[in-house]
Design a binder for this molecule. Sequence first.
Ligand SMILES: [Zn+2]
Length: 260
Amino acid sequence: MTEPLVAIRSFNFTDCLGRNHEVTAYKSAVDPLGEAARRFLSFFAPPGADGYALQRQANREKSERELRDAMLTLEPPRDVSISRATREELQRTAADWAMDGRECGGFLFGSIRPDAFRQRIAVDILEFSRPRTDDHREPGRIRFSAEHFEDAFEGRLSQNRLLGDWHVHLSADSFQPSDTDAGVWSARSDRVSWRPERPAGYLGVILAGNRPNHVSRRMKLSAWFVEPLQYRSLRSENGHLLGRVSTDSEPRPIAIREVG
Ligand SMILES: [Zn+2]
């Protein structure tokens, strides 16, 4: 007995006796020797293919596509969610490293999706990368090593999406992003936003104590969102493109919502 073929496209056709047939993607299975299969072979999966697996795959691709399209019109996030366990682990990691009096940091990974009202981007932090010994760490600044940076941006550190980065502030005025923070976040947002599989924007998280140089496992988190650089073309009077200038976008504070 020959296995039926599973349709991967919906279509209608009239057979040689003048009867109309309706074939539904992932639902209709037809005789491989019958008229539908002979005439519309490319509308069916190969023999033995798992129709449900094909449907799941098609649904996954559809939702990725919808997410990408939606991201173009959704408003930036107003908050970011993190589980209590992840937040506590981040605080522990930050405190353990910053105990030596130098700032430290890492990258943030998670997911983005349209919020319940399909108006804004909803962001969930699920994972973070730990500081590395080759990061350039000082009492007043942290610069990721080129390897740490590339590993994060090339997707080698997590299965989840790169959302942004976190770092500790040890100096006074501690929760405010420095000019350097604003600059690098803005530059990094530019790099992620040109890749459709990554978020249009960048998340910065700062951990700091209540007073300068106060390192503890209860350092508080603040979150900032940066939109991608805006480019403006510079043209001469006769319309020739002279170049493009970028306008830095300022980090905007957003709320941190604890879930679970
Ligand atoms: Zn900073």
